[in-house]
Write a protein that binds this ligand. Structure first.
Ligand SMILES: Cc1cc2nc3c(=O)[nH]c(=O)nc-3n(C[C@H](O)[C@H](O)[C@H](O)COP(=O)(O)OP(=O)(O)OC[C@H]3O[C@@H](n4cnc5c(N)ncnc54)[C@H](O)[C@@H]3O)c2cc1C
Length: 614
């Protein structure tokens, strides 16, 4: 065979191979079957990619709440969500008028916004003042995608929301309601970056409560998840990913002893879950710090089922209601066969403190408080469901809620791919973190980035914020009028406010904090933002653990007074008792707790996080 002939054959072969390579269907693995992962997979598949979705659990949909008929926003509040609902022809029902504005449960008495203005004008006025001040703060952010645009705004990131609220000097009830709203939407005010709070308020500026609760989605977000699932070709459930290796040619994703290979991987898992996946090569220090330190809000949900609506005669409990007695945000769910369900959201430190309770104990505690307001509650009670997001290893928290100093360090970090690894999930969305909208948007963005990478586009490496330098300028800036204006005082120094560790730590009893009138957080956030928000597991062992159970039992079986006036303190009675019992038991357990804390320095941040919640 001549050399020329051989060369010709070789060229033909090369041509064939490269032709085959060109024709090869691009492949992607998506890790995580929540709405972010589902969106990324759906969008990639739609663009001709071969996608394999790996989900750790046996079911799909990730963090979907207990709500069987979720309130959702209209296209002004949640455009991407509404777009997918249209795509999948999922119908919604318009929300009744009375749920489109918030309600309040003050010492057991229900108030609509209008009632509040006439019956509790001081509280209503204070809430207005708070909203106006917050709006002023939000307006100071020009671009919510770049909230720390200048040193003054940067300085807001070093403060926590509680400090700012203190300066407003709201009357007690108004402050309790504000605290409850913030901890339900985000996290405990004392754990939340003021800049994040302002940025989120800026994002939703012009979006009213009416837009936010415009419709009901029958079946809740799982219905949307199922619509995605139906479209996807390859889904592997019960497949927890343990390691991801990437090189210049592709990625290998490990599930047990099985390795899946693809061109790219989309990691759509929450940060705590991501921290458990071994990355080869490893992530850089900034990513590792974000994995360890980014604060997640805590929110657990209880669905209490009743034979009949026990609250009807006392209050119209519908829509979203903020309680000033630690019952969290609650709303009525449709129930079958004439029953009545109420969803109670325990958020922020209230949720953290209850981690040590068993489900039944937790339900008992809530039922006691509800029973105090609605004396038929215990008799009509038929059962419950509890969902705890914060201690679920695959979830690791309810949703992202930046703590003080964290925007400065981690802003939009997860929007940038690390070579062949692309991140998705509510926590990666700059505008709508912590929401369905954010999860869906992040899935779309991730799918687009995979396409861009395949087309040869490169993304800038993450730019670490030079915290020290910016903090210095921020401190300088703080001497101006901005903070005085913000806080209404004359000598506010933001740098000082971040050091919350030295703030008073008056510790009212657990139940007083949880359900009583004193709405001080259990403790204070970490002094240094860098140490804030350790892993949620760490935050789970409230010192009061043993104190609570006996009280819960004792109280749970006690019949309620037949005519407890709603406004009175039927709630305070159990509170006081619980408090006392807690103190006694806390004494008994004190050495154990101390020993634990001392023996495990790693838990130091935990103690702090306990200190600190839509
Ligand atoms: C109590 C509560 C109430 C909420 N209410 C609302 C609301 O009213 N409106 C709203 O818009 N939003 C609400 N949200 C927020 C919304 O539910 C979330 O933002 C959204 O569901 C997050 O989706 P995700 O895909 O980012 O994450 P997830 O849904 O958490 O999905 C991540 C998935 O990854 C999987 N996973 C984790 N680790 C691995 C692994 N190693 N290998 C494979 N898979 C893994 C998990 O099992 C999970 O299925 C609420 C959230 C909570 C917790």
């Amino acid at each position: 065979m001549s050399a020329a002939w051989l060369r010709a054959c070789a060229l033909v072969m090369i041509g064939l191979f490269s032709g085959a390579a060109l024709a090869k269907t691009p492949t992607a693995i998506v890790v995580g079957g929540g709405l972010a992962g589902l969106t990324a997979a759906y969008e990639l598949q739609g663009k001709g990619w071969q996608v394999t979705l790996l989900e750790a659990k046996s079911g799909m949909g990730g963090r979907s709440g207990l709500a069987t008929s979720e309130w959702i926003g209209n296209s002004k509040a949640q455009p991407t969500l509404n777009q997918y609902l249209d795509t999948f022809k999922i119908s919604t029902q318009p929300a009744p008028e009375f749920v489109r504005t918030p309600g309040y449960l003050i010492d057991g008495e229900y108030f609509s916004s209008t009632d509040l203005a006439t019956k509790q004008p001081a509280t209503a006025e204070a809430l207005k003042r708070y909203e106006k001040t917050l709006d002023d703060l939000a307006r100071s952010i020009d671009d919510p995608q770049n909230p720390a645009a200048n040193s003054t705004l940067f300085a807001l990131d070093q403060l926590n929301v509680s400090t700012w609220l203190d300066k407003l000097q709201l009357p007690t009830t108004a402050r309790q309601l504000v605290n409850q709203q913030i901890r339900t939407r985000y996290d405990e005010p004392s754990r939340l970056s003021l800049l994040y709070f302002a940025q989120q308020t800026r994002v939703y500026r012009g979006v009213s409560d009416r837009d936010l609760r415009a419709a009901r989605l029958p079946g809740g977000s799982p219905v949307l998840a199922q619509a995605f699932v139906k479209e996807l070709k390859t889904i592997k459930t019960s497949s927890p990913v343990s390691a991801i290796t990437q090189d210049k040619d592709g990625v290998t994703v490990k599930v047990g002893s099985v390795g899946y290979q693809a061109d790219y991987v989309v990691l759509a898992v929450p940060l705590r879950a991501l921290a458990k996946i071994q990355m080869i090569p490893g992530l850089d220090n900034q990513h590792l710090a974000a994995l360890k330190g980014t604060n997640y809000g805590w929110r657990d949900q209880l669905l209490l089922k009743f034979k009949s609506p026990v609250w009807e005669s006392r209050a119209r409990m519908s829509g979203e209601i903020y309680s000033n007695t630690g019952l969290g945000m609650l709303w009525i769910e449709p129930a079958l066969k004439g029953g009545a369900n109420v969803v109670i959201n325990l958020s922020g430190d209230n949720a953290r403190l209850l981690q040590a309770f068993g489900d039944k104990q937790m339900v008992d505690q809530v039922l006691i408080r509800l029973h105090a307001f609605y004396p038929q509650a215990r008799g009509a009670f038929t059962g419950y469901e509890v969902r705890r997001y914060s201690t679920d290893a695959n979830m690791g928290g309810a949703y992202l809620a930046y703590g003080p100093g964290q925007i400065s360090k981690f802003w939009r970090l997860w929007e940038r791919p690390v070579q062949r690894v692309i991140f998705a999930g509510e926590h990666t969305d700059a505008l709508y973190p912590g929401t369905l909208e954010g999860a869906l948007r992040s899935g779309q963005r991730a799918a687009g980035q995979v396409q861009d990478l395949a087309a040869g586009k490169s993304f800038d490496p993450a730019k670490a914020a030079t915290v020290a330098g910016a903090a210095a300028t921020a401190a300088a800036a703080s001497k101006g009028n901005f903070f005085s204006n913000m806080f209404g005082g004359s000598s506010d120094k933001p740098a000082k406010a971040v050091d919350t560790s030295k703030q008073e730590e008056s510790k009212p009893g657990l139940f007083k904090r949880m359900f009583g009138s004193d709405d001080k957080p259990a403790a204070q956030p970490e002094a240094k933002a860098a140490d804030a928000a350790p892993a949620p597991v760490a935050a789970s062992a409230p010192v009061s653990t043993p104190a609570v159970a006996p009280v819960a039992k004792e109280e749970a079986v006690k019949p309620a007074p037949a005519k407890a006036p709603a406004k009175q303190a039927p709630v305070k009675k159990p509170v006081a008792k619980a408090d006392q019992a807690k103190k006694t038991a806390a004494k008994a357990t004190a050495p154990v707790n101390k020993a634990t804390v001392k023996a495990e320095p790693a838990k130091k941040p935990v103690a702090n996080i306990q200190a600190k919640a839509q």
